[in-house]
Design a protein around this ligand. Structure first.
Ligand SMILES: Nc1ncnc2c1ncn2[C@@H]1O[C@H](COP(=O)(O)OP(=O)(O)OP(=O)(O)O)[C@@H](O)[C@H]1O
Ligand SMILES: [Mg+2]
Length: 350
């Protein structure tokens, strides 16, 4: 089971407790105010509005910190335009829904279960984490934590093991987001006695009964997810938002590298930059390429090579030497020899 803050989403701003907005309170005075009361449901405390009263939408957005949240998403994620659009849409819907509630208009809580499809390393887990935070700030989730699981965390091997396992996971996810990676593995039609179906039934029950307190996000490859939904219409009908994560372009991957290097206070020398662009272009066409994750792994290896070069060089060293990655660090990669630059530390082979 992977946990938020595990290796994959490294380098990203994690959900920050204590940032839930206090409706009505000016921005800047809110730090830590609502965080203590675990997701003090953002709109709940807001007073009802008279039918002829007007509200300033921008101020509402400000109070709920939606813009900051979305700006952060923009700044921390390169590309992913369709994903950002959908997140904006959902945020807008939730804001309007809150206001409708305050005017006494029906505001049935919109269904928020989602499905994220896309290739490995396109940011699904990281966005799921941001989603938890966003929904907490909007008052839709009490806590907004992310519990990330795969089939093995939900399904038992023996009779009677699956229900307690699935329920235990669901219990941990209450108040937050349950991300089920490669959700289609829950369903194995070829095996009659598979317990995956039992887990699916329990998930469905919870998704319906606890929709106020739990958002389930299924993640995986689009084609397999389609097949899964076809065989599990009950699941398909409970997922309101389908978001497709596109592969990154070469230029986006290079921007992601810059972002990651900057965060870690490294930089590429001009020659290294050129070599790295070549590296990424080659790596993209090799097996087991995993988008942004391959970039992250490549950077980890650049750091190793830089360290080895500096240590074996000996002598005096300056701060800037410690920061700079040289072309030689990049070109030592096996990718230039036409073989994937895999090491034991990099099972994805990137
Ligand atoms: N748009 C982006 N901009 C910058 N960095 C990104 C972006 N998307 C992903 N990353 C980084 O790439 C790495 C992999 O992302 P993440 O784990 O979210 O991908 P994933 O889609 O969940 O992959 P998988 O399908 O293998 O589970 C993380 O380190 C993440 O921070
Ligand atoms: Mg993931």
């Amino acid at each position: 089971m992977s946990t938020p803050g595990g290796p994959a989403p490294r380098g990203f701003a994690m959900p920050r407790p204590g940032q839930a907005g206090v409706p009505g309170a000016p921005a800047g005075e809110q730090e830590g105010a609502a965080g203590e009361q675990e997701g003090a449901a953002a709109g709940e405390a807001a007073p009802p509005l008279a039918p002829d009263e007007k509200v300033d939408l921008a101020a509402q957005e400000q109070a709920l910190r939606i813009s900051q949240m979305l700006d952060r998403l923009d700044a921390e994620f390169i590309g992913l335009a369709p994903v950002k659009d959908r997140v904006r849409e959902i945020a807008a819907l939730l804001l309007i829904d809150r206001l409708r509630g305050r005017y006494g208009l029906t505001s049935s809580r919109p269904s928020l279960h989602m499905c994220f499809t896309g290739s490995p390393g396109t940011g699904k887990t990281t966005v799921a984490m941001h989603m938890g935070e966003l929904l907490r700030e909007l008052g839709y989730l009490r806590k907004g934590q992310l519990v990330s699981v795969t089939r093995d965390d939900l399904v038992g091997q023996y009779v009677g093991h699956t229900a307690p396992k699935t329920k235990e996971v669901l219990k941990r996810a209450m108040g937050g987001v349950l991300l089920i990676d490669e959700a289609y593995y829950l369903y194995r039609p070829e095996n009659e006695r598979d317990y995956g179906q039992e887990s699916i039934e329990i998930l469905l029950q919870f998704m319906e009964a606890h929709r106020e307190d739990l958002v389930v996000i299924l993640a995986g490859y689009a084609d397999r997810m389609d097949t899964f939904f076809r065989s599990n219409p009950g699941m398909a009908s409970r997922i309101a938002h389908h978001i497709d994560f596109p592969d990154f372009t070469l230029s986006e991957l290079l921007q992601i590298a810059d972002l990651m290097l900057e965060r870690e206070q490294y930089r590429l020398s001009p020659a290294a930059r050129e070599a790295f662009a070549e590296y990424v272009r080659l790596r993209m066409s090799q097996p087991r390429f995993a988008n942004a994750r391959s970039i992250r792994n490549a950077i980890d290896r650049l750091r190793l090579r830089q360290a080895r070069r500096l240590v074996s060089g000996g002598g005096l060293i300056a701060r800037s030497d410690l920061m700079e990655i040289s072309a030689e660090d990049v070109r030592a990669s096996r990718v230039f020899a036409g073989t994937p630059d895999a090491t034991a530390a990099d099972p994805s082979g990137s």
